[in-house]
Design a protein around this ligand. Structure first.
Ligand SMILES: [Zn+2]
Length: 277
């Protein structure tokens, strides 16, 4: 269970990131800059450490500047490999005069990343955990592609990447965990997690499906860059909904119970993995 103070903070972070002033957080906009300032302040409050001089890892994206954010929670045992939690903070912005707030996509993942950081910071786990908030996911996953090439990121230290992209609503009440068909050694752990999870946690969406019923999401979000770089990953997210990539993806329409359950499920896994040697 997420402690009460962190649960209310989770919803507050989601609300702020998807509010009007953030202008839908499109890459290269003033709204994205406001989102970054907010996230930097939260990283600092939680007690994360920058990888180098600051939280920002800039990259070029055509005519605009993209900025990834990274914060590290050092582990008790310096020699162990790190976990990485990834959640893109950018969204579509204002399109044809209409605000696309991107509450589920992906303020929900970023607020979950902050909650995970806060929980793990209190636990002081054995393993270091790196928190990555890429920009430019909505522009061809440009931020994560730049991250895996960034010299500031010691890719070889990463044992597992856990990508969070859309966690806050599901008509069927299902949270999907993708990746175990590529990394079958993780399947048993996830099935165990599913048995005690407060949401219906299902494994899949990670292999070709000629029938088209359960599309392969291996290339569909920021875990793809890590996949190509040979880093094991898991992706947590929901099926697309009617408000996906529309002005209707608002804070008011998230399913609070489902979201809280999804976040607790993911944090349960992270806490377990971070404590293992
Ligand atoms: Zn997304």
């Amino acid at each position: 269970m997420l402690p009460r103070d962190l649960a209310s903070r989770l919803f507050e972070d989601l609300r702020v990131l998807s509010c009007e002033e953030m202008e839908g957080r499109a890459t290269g906009t003033a709204g994205a800059e406001r989102a970054r300032r907010y996230l930097e302040e939260r990283f600092d409050q939680i007690g994360l450490e920058p990888l180098g001089d600051g939280w920002r890892l800039p990259f070029e994206l055509g005519d605009v500047a993209g900025v990834n954010l990274a914060g590290l929670l050092p582990g008790r045992e310096a020699g162990l490999g790190w976990l990485a939690v990834v959640a893109h903070y950018d969204h579509l912005g204002i399109v044809d005069g209409e605000l696309h707030p991107g509450a589920d996509d992906n303020a929900s993942g970023v607020a979950a990343l902050l909650a995970a950081a806060a929980v793990l910071a209190r636990l002081e786990p054995r393993r270091g955990v790196l928190f990555l908030a890429p920009d430019g996911e909505e522009r061809g996953q440009a931020g994560s592609a730049a991250l895996v090439e960034d010299d500031a990121l010691p890719l070889e230290r990463l044992e597992l990447v856990v990508n969070l992209d859309m966690l806050s609503r599901s008509a069927s009440g299902e949270l999907w965990a993708a990746g175990t068909s590529h990394f079958p050694e993780l399947a048993g752990r996830l099935r165990k997690l599913a048995r005690r999870a407060p949401v219906a946690l299902r494994l899949g969406h990670d292999r070709p499906d000629p029938e088209g019923e359960r599309p392969d999401w291996t290339e569909e979000s920021d875990h793809a860059a890590f996949h190509r770089a040979g880093v094991p990953w898991l992706y947590f997210g929901v099926e697309d909904h009617d408000d996906y990539h529309t002005p209707g993806d608002t804070f008011e329409r998230i399913d609070r119970d489902f979201y809280l359950g999804a976040v607790e499920t993911v944090i349960g896994l992270l806490a377990e993995l971070a404590e293992e040697g």
